[in-house]
Design a protein around this ligand. Sequence first.
Ligand SMILES: NC(=O)c1ccc[n+]([C@@H]2O[C@H](COP(=O)([O-])OP(=O)(O)OC[C@H]3O[C@@H](n4cnc5c(N)ncnc54)[C@H](O)[C@@H]3O)[C@@H](O)[C@H]2O)c1
Length: 346
Amino acid sequence: MKKVTVKASQSYEVIIEKGILSRAGELIAESFKPCGIMLITDSNVSPLYADKAKRSLEQNGFKVSTFVFPAGEESKNSDTLVKIWSALASVPLTRSDMIVALGGGVVGDVSGFAAATFLRGIKYIQIPTTLLAMVDSSVGGKTAIDLPEGKNLCGAFCQPSLVICDTDTLNTLPKREFSCGMAEVIKYGMIDRPIIFDLIKNGDIDDTVFECVSAKRDKVEEDEFDTGVRQLLNLGHTVGHAIERLANFSLSHGEAVAAGMAIITRYAVKEGLCPKEAENKLIEALNSFDLPINTEREPAELAKAALNDKKRRGNSITLVVPMGIGKSELIKKHPDELEEIIRLGY
Ligand SMILES: NC(=O)c1ccc[n+]([C@@H]2O[C@H](COP(=O)([O-])OP(=O)(O)OC[C@H]3O[C@@H](n4cnc5c(N)ncnc54)[C@H](O)[C@@H]3O)[C@@H](O)[C@H]2O)c1
């Protein structure tokens, strides 16, 4: 069993082990008294893993209700949130009870936001079942829903009380979803963990998840509310979010981030900030998981879409620019420069 402790405004453990889902109840019972639990999951994950999770929770004295919503980013909205609030209220759950989010980043983000807001805040536990959720969204306490105007526009910082990663659940993940998670894994390799490039070649998934979670832990502990070093985790995201939005979400988050990372890295190489070998290594890794390394969208429309993004602050934008493998920096640019930056990285 691998463990990472995250010491943010609330301390919690991320536990990583194959097959650990059947022991979820036991692990939760080690730190929490028997209470009511709303197990929230989606329509794909429910038939695969909800029974196993529920059984383990009930065997350890928890009283479990279940809420299942249709799988997909389209569900990460205010409708689903209101339905979850109503389900919590009709059990009813009290402030001594908790939510368990079983699923990918969509389940985790909306469940976390429900936990942050129901009764002004109840505890929640993440059991991520996608690679992306294990290495990224389940750790760090960012919760959110999307609005028609854009992704993740409403949310709250709210740290989970525990994260349980059963890497065996990745065996049922569609190949494309696994690759999307790999885009985020590769991102950590580019930011400051070059060893990740070796781990993914060796195919050791537990070590890979552990290394990524450790990398994320470092940023979250130093900058929980995302005003400084945590922004390094946005490598590839400025352009990636624009690609994702322009594709009307037909491209996944991970695919868009992959293309965004490739674009900003090619820009850095052209500007002489980053060695060409780093670009080659990144592209080779992205190619090995069939991830896109560019987009057909024009630089002008990408820049326009990116500048509508919430991460723009005043008259400057902060870009994460790779200086080599395992070495990225935050660089401030004037918004007017973005189109040319994208053009250079195209
Ligand atoms: N909170 C954060 O810090 C953070 C960070 C990155 C991304 N996100 C968010 O995460 C979301 C993307 O997460 P995601 O990629 O996990 O998407 P997702 O939750 O939609 O899961 C992808 C698909 O895989 C299915 N699935 C999940 N686990 C499965 C399993 N084990 N076997 C078979 N199918 C399975 C889901 O039902 C879904 O169809 C986005 O909304 C993004 O904004 C949040």
